[in-house]
Ligand binder design. Structure first.
Ligand SMILES: Nc1ncnc2c1ncn2[C@@H]1O[C@H](COP(=O)(O)OP(=O)(O)O)[C@@H](O)[C@H]1O
Ligand SMILES: [Mg+2]
Length: 645
């Protein structure tokens, strides 16, 4: 349906990623984008802005977040119960031979364990609700946003990168709220409560236990940083691998690989990437393990130190053996939150990168929007007017998110040339105008201005005397039907593809539209009729059949204005006769702009407009133009196909 020449050309014309040093656009967080001090400050400011916005998204979950944090706090306090119970057993119950107290204390410990388990489940319930809820919210917001993006956005955007924002980054962003926020709060609470309890028990031993900490925290900080870098690299190489798969596993990609005999090169490329994924996976696993082993070791050394030195205190009678046991139990709970907190900032920053990548898409400029106070186009008569139209394709910055663009896309260069210069043309209601001109003269571009897939750079496009920018996009597009050279069908049944134009169409209506488009007989011959699945992986319709189906779809839509962009090119004679008949039916009583290069299509038009390098060179009926002996006549005499090439 839409005019996407640029994208197609790019996708087929170049051996995509190739072997140039790969700059993954998906990994351009603020860090990789901004080296240098001044930029780092800017990065921090950005982070703060992102943080504030992230909080906006978390707002609806305020209540659940409060419950979540309360559960964390309660669990941290509850964890102090067993050490103190053990101390009471050793210091009071055993010496006093108080059997009742022993039983009570044992029950207290069991109840604490049960309550702790309940709290753990409550915590998970909260974090799952918050996390999944956020994922849902962000995804929906992104999908909505993408629906509003102009065509130009899609011609420049790497689909895989965009999908990854909706899949991975959204998940990464929610971890900022659930796991990072949760672990920071729980670490702070556990640290404060445990330290307070330890100091209350015996401050000298507590200090002693803390002395070993710097030995660990400083290297831990390093390892944590490295681990972050590794996991970011891991995301990057995974993305590279995935984008190769998404590009090569669709029908046209696979065909291209085969026809150019590049299978082995593809395997090599994939091998290199998958190998990187493997190697980084191993490195990451090793760093992670070393980190935790070291943490466990420090815990063990701490406990040993507490016992080793504390035992002398017990012998001296400074502390009781119960206090010693309680201290030893508590000391192991101090190291983990401390190391966790040393890396909290980096953790948070990493999680924020995902949020920023989501916001980046949400904030992308919406080049084409309904103007405030835009009105509906009601009962369109179909008068189309181009008034001194100048058009140049929009600059990248106004339509795309640069990190979503393919590194090989159009070289990122902005178009510096007017595609249309001062074009004025009026098509009266019901008139059929044929637009001809050599390839690249701007025919498709001109046609795309009418349904406002792009906005004019200067001048105006009017329908029934109203500037298309003053109309709601929905009503404007309802009034216009487009058949392009290669119409798109969704991977769905024929019926569903037709009903895309009119969801409540009855079978009788489908029949009528298909009869008009000269495709009914063909559909009836299919074993499943309207239930036949078409599209890339379904029943492969021929070019002519697809075009007639697309015309049937338009007949259901019943627009006042029809635009056919080379809808009859590449058809053999028999197919063409069918399509021609379908078109004749479709165009009856409608305003039509027909871009064509077949003389048979052109000759029937009420008027022919010849476009040459973005300007109207000639205008008139077939006979008038022939008599005039200009560009058109020259092309016709040179043979009809020369009108295109
Ligand atoms: N998405 C795009 N971005 C930038 N330039 C484009 C884009 N699409 C087409 N062009 C350029 O605009 C000019 C006119 O293209 P087009 O309207 O497709 O011509 P035609 O349909 O007559 O063959 C060409 O030079 C083409 O390279
Ligand atoms: Mg074209």
């Amino acid at each position: 349906m839409c005019v996407r020449g640029g994208a197609r050309r790019r996708a087929y014309g170049r051996p995509a990623v190739g072997n140039r040093p790969y700059r993954d656009p998906m990994r351009m967080g603020p860090h990789s984008l901004m080296p240098g001090d001044a930029d780092a400050v800017k990065g921090k400011r950005l982070q703060r802005v992102a943080l504030a916005r992230a909080w906006q998204f978390a707002q609806p979950y305020r209540g659940t977040i409060a419950l979540f944090l309360s559960a964390i706090l309660a669990a941290a306090l509850l964890a102090l119960v067993p050490p103190f119970a053990f101390r009471a057993i050793l210091d009071d119950a055993i010496p006093d031979e108080d059997r009742r107290l022993i039983t009570v204390l044992a029950i207290v410990v069991v109840v604490a364990a049960l309550a702790d388990a309940a709290l753990a489940i409550l915590q998970r319930w909260c974090s799952a609700r918050i996390g999944e809820g956020l994922i849902y919210d962000l995804r929906l917001a992104l999908f909505r946003k993408v629906q509003r993006m102009p065509v130009a956005f899609f011609t420049r955007t790497q689909t895989g990168a965009l999908i990854s924002r909706l899949n991975n980054d959204v998940v990464g962003a929610q971890t900022a709220v659930t796991s990072t926020l949760g672990s920071v709060v729980s670490n702070v609470v556990v640290l404060v409560t445990t330290l307070a309890a330890m100091i209350a028990l015996e401050w000298r031993l507590t200090l002693l236990a803390l002395i070993v900490l710097p030995l660990f925290i400083i290297p831990a900080k390093r390892v944590g940083r490295r681990l972050q870098a590794i996991s970011r690299e891991q995301m990057g190489v995974n993305a590279e691998m995935n984008s190769q798969m998404t590009e090569r596993f669709n029908v046209s990609g696979a065909q291209l690989v085969k026809l150019f005999g590049r299978s082995n090169d593809e395997v090599d490329l994939f091998d290199r990437r998958a190998r990187r994924v493997r190697d980084i996976g191993i490195t990451s696993a090793m760093y992670g393990r070393v980190f935790f082993v070291a943490l466990g070791m420090v815990g063990a050394i701490g406990a040993a130190a507490v016992y080793g030195i504390g035992a002398f205190y017990v012998v001296d009678g400074t502390i009781t053996s119960g206090t010693l046991v309680a201290l030893a139990a508590l000391v192991t709970r101090v190291y983990q939150p401390l190391t966790g907190l040393t890396n909290a900032r980096v953790d948070l920053m990493t999680a924020m990168v995902s949020f920023e990548r989501v916001f980046e898409v949400l904030d992308a400029p919406e080049a084409i929007t309904d103007r405030p106070g835009a009105v509906d186009l009601v009962a369109p008569k179909g008068r189309v007017e181009l008034d001194h139209v100048r058009f140049r394709y929009p600059a990248a910055a106004t339509v795309t998110v640069s990190s979503l663009e393919s590194p090989t896309a159009l070289g990122g260069a902005d178009p510096d040339r007017d595609v249309l210069a001062d074009v004025s043309l009026t098509i009266r209601p019901g008139e059929t105008v044929a637009l001809v001109g050599s390839s690249g003269s701007g025919k498709t571009s001109l046609a795309s201005l009418i349904p406002r897939l792009y906005d004019v750079s200067d001048g105006a496009v009017r329908i029934d005397g109203r500037d298309v920018r003053d109309l709601t996009q929905e009503s404007l597009r309802a009034a216009i039907g487009v058949v392009s050279q290669d119409p798109h069908l969704f991977h769905d049944t024929i019926g569903a593809n037709l009903r895309y134009a009119k969801p409540d169409a009855t079978v009788a209506e489908l029949d009528e539209a298909c009869r008009g488009a000269r495709i009914l007989d063909m559909i009836r011959e299919l074993p499943d009729g309207y239930d036949t699945v078409v599209g890339e992986r379904g029943y492969r319709m021929s070019g002519g059949e697809k075009q007639r189906l697309a015309i049937a779809r338009l007949l259901l839509k019943n627009p006042a204005i029809m635009i056919l962009d080379e809808a009859t090119s590449h058809l053999d004679n028999e197919n063409e006769a069918h399509v021609q008949a379908a078109l004749e039916h479709a165009l009856r009583g409608r305003t039509a702009l027909v871009i064509a290069h077949r003389l048979s299509t052109i000759r029937d038009a009420d008027r022919i407009v010849v476009l040459d390098d973005g300007r109207i060179a000639e205008e008139g009926t077939h006979d008038e133009l022939l008599a005039r002996g200009g560009l058109y006549a020259a092309q016709v005499f040179a043979g009809e196909s020369a009108l295109l090439d």
